[in-house]
Design a protein around this ligand. Sequence first.
Ligand code: ADP
Length: 577
Amino acid sequence: MPFPGPLPEPPLAARAGTGELRIGVLAFRGAERAAGEWEPTLRHLAVQLPEYRLRAVPLDLGGLAEAVRTESVDFVITNPGQYVELEAAFGIVRIASLAAAPDALPARMVASAVVARAARQDLRRLDDVRGTRLAAVAPEAFGGYRVAWRELAERGIDPGNDTAELVFMGFPMERIVDAVASGDADVGIVRACLLEQMAAEGRLRLEDFRVLDARLTPGSPCQVSTRAYPDWPFAKLAHTSDRLAKRVALALLAMPGTEGYAWTVPVDYQPVHELFRALKLGPYEYLRHRSLSQILHDNWPWLVIASLAALWWVVHVARVEYLVRRRTEDLKAAHEEARRHREEMEHGARLALLGEMASSLAHEINQPLAAIANYASGCQRRLAAGTDPEGVADGVLRIAGQAERAAGIVKRMRAFVRKRVPEPQILDLAEPVRDALGLFQASAARRGIAVTARLPTGLPPVRADRIQMEQVVLNLLQNAADAMAGLATRRLTMMVGAGEGGVGVAVADTGPGLSPEARQHLFEPFFTTKPEGLGLGLSLSRTIVEAHGGRLWAEDGAEGGAVFRFTLPVADAEALP
Ligand code: ADP
């Protein structure tokens, strides 16, 4: 394809129809100075671009950003910090950068001096800024704040939180130097070379001030507290045509060095990006808002540990709960087992008691049976004679009476030895005592024991299991009888009565009394002094009485022998039927 030949020149005018070319400049030392400072550049451009009317528009940081946003300027000259921000936000592009002329003073340099009065001996290093009253230009100022902020941040100092006060004084920057000089601020952050410039203008004496952590950068006479950054750029806006930008760039590069500076090819602003990244500002502000996935990514070891700990806790709690439940069930089962055992033992003890009395009881049943046989043969005889019908009727009546007597004994025996679960009820304690005596009577008679019983009526009621009470009393009676076996005097006294401790029962005998050993072990299971004894009677009796809320104990009798007593509490009035 043949080369199409020269294209017609498009109009270069930035402001259509006006022929005006507006250059926004950051005025860090006030509008007048800014105009003066950039005057040689504008004059040069005016010569090189004669068809334009050139105008420098001095603006502060906010004004300059607004001018770029509204495209009311075509080019900007600003500090590297603002350049990086506007580049990211509005796509401005640098076409040239400033380069300091090495021989000139004050030289241009992008760095900051953190200054204090020389008289303040306590303020020598950047670390000393902690806790001071600090003055700076503005939160978004580059040389007037952020460059120093980065250095402080690297020392663990957050100017917003770790100083006594942080005051932003705005442009012009000389205000900060004045505030430090007057003592209104302890420390001030200013652009590098400002002190030297002011000294050259005769506005201060350098020896009255100290630059904290002062260092010199090769090629510059200015003392600074921070690293140096690339110098200011000359940038075109997005709407400014490339052709116009090229002409301006060519003109700038051709401009001879003047008043301490010259224009050169655009430099790399990466160090400025690093600063923004370190402070998480401008284009890197998103670094402050960390996403959930980033937090997970950064903290996964801790999250894993926390999750494991939580898991362990859940498992632990579940295990403890399981164990508690299982042990509770075991305990319940053990209680149930113990209860069953006790019932079995009580039952066994009752059988044993009755067994001891078996021959007496058999004898007692035999008596009515013999009487019945007697009456029956009498009746037979009378019937055969056929003479005495009344006599026969009387005999039959007696037979019935004797049969009832035998049946009563058998009934009591059966009730006593039946396997059963205790059933406490409201009763008169004299009743089971009477039943026990009924069962014991025959045995006592056979063994020649004189039994005296005092069973008053109208005792206060107790809440008790009838058969268990009968068992306790029968056991005491049997023990008393055993103690008196073979002795000349065999008297047993049985008393029931009401007193302070409730309703009480006492069984006194005329036996040998309690030996010291018996006194000590009486109520222990399996303690016995009898060849055929089980040693369970008293321990079971005490358990039964205590389960009813009562007490069982032994005393020495008044006429020798032993007295066994037990009491039960009177039943609650509310519990009465
Ligand atoms: P066991 O009658 O089978 O021996 P107990 O527990 O009823 O079991 O009695 C334990 C022991 O207490 C008896 O062996 C006896 O030594 C003593 N004891 C019980 N009652 C009396 C009593 N009235 N007089 C003297 N000793 C007694």
